[in-house]
Design a protein around this ligand. Structure first.
Ligand code: SF4
Length: 327
């Protein structure tokens, strides 16, 4: 308690400072030992190698394992509760409404610290120190540990959400419309922070959004969906330069143009309403609004085909089987 008070308020007592530093060194040693023990235990339990994040990406064997997992997949629905908890250490989520994702009765420091309480056996002073370091890493101050959500702006609350998501050994983050509730200038700052963190921690983001401007500059690959169905999947540059699916064309045509002479094309303006996802139309889910709809589209759901290397599309206009049949 004395140490904690001295840490928060500072102390002129040199003897106490030295004791604190010694205790901190001991705690750091304990943390490392405990971390190694957890890694080893997890490795035995799951029967696979788990390396510290910095080593993982440089280890060809681990990469090969990841590739195999990518091919075979892991069915998350079949994991046990404890297996799921271990998986969750690597997968986190950042929500759309930063205010709703924080407990208004808890200081933001405590909200972040909860991650360590549940997933680690760090002692309280270490948890607090790590939380404060995280707050600094996401552009907040150490003193924000004691702030309540109502005292923070939208951007600051989203930074807290990010800090919570990267508190553990995170590899994969789902961002569900995570910047759409923020001002455009704040959006840019948060995207910049996310970019820095992805490079620093080798994170993979799964970014769900309706904002094509953000998508264009933030994502490597884009998957366009309509009523829960895949329309098109391609590298960002390919999708923006040469969209194949009529729905993608209409989405891109709807982006506002600033330059005179670049008015909207009316060719791709969609008519009608989006049908209910509970009772989607038969055949191609987009056929009720597609200007290129053909007879086959009302009967058969188009398969997803690789039209160009790495560029997949689900549309009968590109269905090779159909061409063969017609020939
Ligand atoms: Fe349009 Fe037919 Fe292609 Fe569907 S399959 S997007 S209805 S052309």
């Amino acid at each position: 308690k004395q140490f904690e008070q001295a840490r928060v308020e500072g102390t002129p007592d040199k003897g106490l400072q030295e004791k604190m530093e010694k205790a901190e060194r001991e705690i750091a040693g304990h943390v490392e030992a405990s971390h190694n023990y957890r890694l080893q235990a997890f490795q035995e339990y799951r029967g696979r190698d788990i390396l510290p994040i910095t080593e993982r990406t440089q280890d060809p064997e681990y990469q090969a394992k990841l590739d195999r997992n990518y091919e075979t997949g892991i069915n998350l629905g079949k994991l046990t509760r404890s297996e799921m908890r271990e998986m969750r250490r690597e997968m986190q989520m950042i929500f759309q409404d930063p205010a709703a994702s924080l407990d208004p009765r808890q200081s933001v420091g405590k909200s972040i610290e909860e991650v360590y309480v549940i997933n680690t056996d760090y002692p309280a002073p270490v948890r607090r120190e790590k939380t404060m370091e995280l707050l600094e890493r996401v552009g907040l101050k150490r003193e924000h540990y004691y702030s309540y959500p109502h005292a923070l702006s939208g951007g600051q609350k989203q930074r807290v959400g990010i800090a919570r998501a990267i508190a553990l050994d995170t590899r994969f983050v789902v961002l569900d419309e995570s910047v759409s509730a923020l001002d455009v200038s704040v959006q840019a700052q948060i995207l910049q922070l996310l970019n820095e963190l992805s490079r620093e921690k080798h994170l993979t983001y799964f970014f769900i959004t309706h904002d094509l401007g953000v998508v264009k500059h933030f994502c490597d690959r884009i998957l366009v969906m309509y009523l829960g169905n895949v329309c098109e999947l391609a590298e960002s540059s390919a999708l923006f330069h040469k969209p194949l699916h009529p729905y993608t064309e209409s989405l891109l045509a709807a982006v506002p143009r600033l330059k005179v002479g670049q008015e909207h094309s009316t060719e791709f303006v969609l008519e009608g309403d989006v049908p209910s996802a509970m009772t989607p139309p038969k055949g191609c889910p987009f056929h009720t609004r597609c200007s290129k709809c053909m007879e086959i589209c009302t009967r058969e759901k188009p398969p997803v085909v690789e039209q160009e290397p790495g560029h997949f599309v689900a549309c009968h206009l590109y269905d090779k089987k159909k061409e063969e049949t017609e020939v």
